[in-house]
Ligand binder design. Sequence first.
Ligand code: BGC
Length: 769
Amino acid sequence: MKNYVIHHEWKIIEEGFKPELNRISESLFSIGNGKMGQRANFEEKYSGDTMNGTYVAGIYYPDKTRVGWWKNGYPEYFAKIINSTNWIGIGIKINGEELDLATAKVLSFTRELDMQHGLLSRRFVAELKNGNQIEVCSHRFVSVAATEIGAIRYTVKALNFSGEIEVSPFLDGDVVNEDSNYDEKFWVEVSRAVGGAEGYLTVETLKTEFQVCTGMWFQLLKNGEKVDSKISNRDKEKYVEALQKVKVSEGGEIVVEKLSATVSSLYYEKENLVERTKEAIDLAVDAGYDALFESHKNRWLGKWKTSDIKIEGDVAAQQGIRFNIFQLNQTYSGEDERLNIGPKGFTGEKYGGVTYWDTEAYCLPFYLSTAPQKVSKNLLVYRHKHLQKAIENAEKLGFKNGAALYPMVTINGEECHNEWEITFEEIHRNGAIAYAIYDYINYTGDKEYLAPTGFEVLLGISRFWSQRVNWSAEKQRYVMLGVTGPNEYENNVNNNFHTSYIAVWTLKYTLEVIDYLKKEFPFLFEEMVKKWKFNELTETEQWKDIIEKMYYPRDEKRGIYLQQDGFLDKDLTPVAELSEEDLPINQKWSWDRILRSPYIKQADTLQSLYLFQENFTSEELKSHFDFYEPLTVHESSLSPCIHSILAARIGYQKKSYEMYLRTARLDLDDYNNDTEDGLHITSMGGTWMSFVMGFGGMRVVNGRLTFNPFIPESWKSYAFRIDFGGAHLEVTKTASIFSILNHSEIEVPVTIWGEEYRIKGNEIKEFKK
Ligand code: BGC
C-alpha cells in the first residue's frame, strides 16, 4: 500500500520525483479514449525504470503458448494487445546535453491528471550535468472527440542560461512487450517517410498482419512565433525523427506542439492507411492544439454529465470514485462491437488487454446506466459474434449439437487461457454471459435483442449446460463434476453451487425466452429451430428435468448452500485468526495449502446470492454472508464490491463501507502492491456497482427501478446519475433525505424503500425514511 497521491476532487496529483514509484505512476496517470491508450511515460528520453505502453484497441499478437506441461485442448497462443509505436517521444538537448530525468538533478516535479477534462500534465525543474537549469511543462491528451488524435504541448524555459535547445520529435516502432513469451519482437516495418515537420511510420504485426500507421507533425514556437530554422530528419528501421534547433536567452521559453494520428487496418484498407493518416494529421493541424483540446474537453464534460458521482464531505472518496469512472470511460466507448474491456484496459501488459468474464459480471452495469444503450449492447454483440467459435471451443472438449463454451480469455472468440483447472473448468463464465443478456434486457427493456441474437447465445449456452451435467444414480440428482468456481483457490471440485445455480438459471431463462419468441416472433423462431436443428421438445424436456432435479450441496443445520461438496470437512478457522505473516495467502502459502484451506479468493457462493437476490430471503442472504465473508481473503480485486453490495442489502452498513473503501482507492493507494502492472479496470466497474447498487441500493426488479439507499456516516451527501428507460435521473442522498431529479420529459416508475412512486418529467421528488 502506498499513499502518495494528493487528494483532490477532480485531479490525481503526484508531487516530487519518485523514480522508484515511476511504474505505478505510469499506470495511474494513463490516458486513453477507447481506441487507444497510453501509459504516462515521459516524452523526453528516460533511462530510468519504466514500462513503455502505447496500445491500439483490437491490435493483437497471438503469442505462442508457454506451459510446463501441455494438455490436450490447450490453445496454441495467448492473444495480447501489444505495445505499439511510441507517438509521444520528443528528444530534448540543452546546449548539446540530452535531457534525461534519470541523470539530471530534479529540483521539483509535479504530475497531474485532470480527470474532468482528460488532460495529463507534468511540470518539473531540472538541472543538467552542464549546470543548465530548465523548467518543463507538458500537457497531453488522446482525444475522445477525434479518436485517432493524440496531442502534446511541451514547453521548455531556460532558467539560468542562454544557448541552444534542440528538439527532436520522433515515432518509434521498435518497441517490445516485457511479457513476450519468447522475447520476440512483434512488429515489422511496412513503410516510413519523414520530411520537414511531418513523419509517418507503418508497422505490421507478425502472424496477425494488422497494420498501424502513426503520423506526426510538430511545430516549434518561440515567444509565440513559429521558429523557421531548418528542420532536418533522421530515420532508420521502424523509426522516424525530425530535428530543429533554436537559440534561447536566459528566461526565454520555447514550445513544441506535437500532433499525432494513429490509424489501423481494423478500420481502413492497408493500401490507404498512410493516406488516411495524412488526412487525419492535416485535419488536426488545421484545427490546432487549442481547438482539438476544446472539443476533447467538451466531450469529456458530456461524459461526466451522464456518469459523475459526487460525494460531499470526503475528498479521498470523491477522488477515488471519479478515478474509477474516468478510467472506465477511457477504456471502452462502445462504438465498435469488436472491442471489449481488458482487466487492465490500456494501462499495462498483464492479462494481455483481452476479454474475461469480468466484462459481463463487473462492467456491463456501469455502461448500462451511464452510456447510450448501444454501448452496452455492443458488449453483448461481441459475444454473439463469437458464438461459432464458442461452439468450436466446446467441440474441442467433446461437446456436441451446438453446445457453446465461451472462452475464459479471448480477443477474437478463440480460447487463450492455458491452465486446465481454469480453461476447462471455470465454466461459470458461460453463465455470466447468459446473465448479461438478461441484465441488458431487464435494464433497457430491449426485448427485441432476443430475436434472434440473444436467443442464439442462450441456446448455445443452455445446450452446453445440459451436456455438462450428468445424472448421479446414487444421488438421484443431476451433478456438475470437475469445476472451478469464481473462487480460484479451489480447483476441480464437484458441484460448485454458483456454477450449478447459474446453469439452472440459464436453462430457466432460455425457456422463458423461447415462450416469448414463439408468441412475439413465431416465424423467426421457426427459422431458428431449423437453423440450429433445435429439437424443442426433447431438448427442453431435458432442461426441465435438470431444473427440477439439480443437486446443490447444502448444510441444513446452518441453512446455507455449500460452495461445493465437502466444504464442511475443511478447518473453518476465519481469516481474522490468521497471522499477518500469512497474508496474502497467494504469496505466502503453497498452492497445495491454499487448495486444502477454506479460504475464498473472491465471491463465489455469494456471487449467486448477489445476482439472484430476489430468490433469497433477507435471512438467507444474511446467513450465507455471515458464513462466507469471514472465510474470504478478497485476494481478487473483484471481490470486495460484491461483498459491499450484499452487506448493504442485509443492513451491514459499516461492513459495506469498509468493503467499498477497499475497492474505491485500490489503485490510487496501490492497495495490492501491483498497480505498476496496470490499473484494475474491470474491478472499477465493481466499485461503481458497490456505490450505486450498495449505497444507493439500486436494482432493477422485473424492469422496475428500485432503491434502498443509505449514506456512510462520515459523508454529508452523495449524488449519482443514471440513464433509465430513456430518462436521465440524478439521485441524491443526504443523512435525512433521498431525492430523485428527473432531467427528462419521461415519467419513471420507481420503488423506494418498498413503496411505489412515479417521478414525472423534470420533477424532483424527495423521500424520507
Ligand atoms: C480473478 C478472475 C478474473 C481475472 C481477471 C483473477 O484474479 O480471479 O475472476 O477474471 O483475475 O480479472
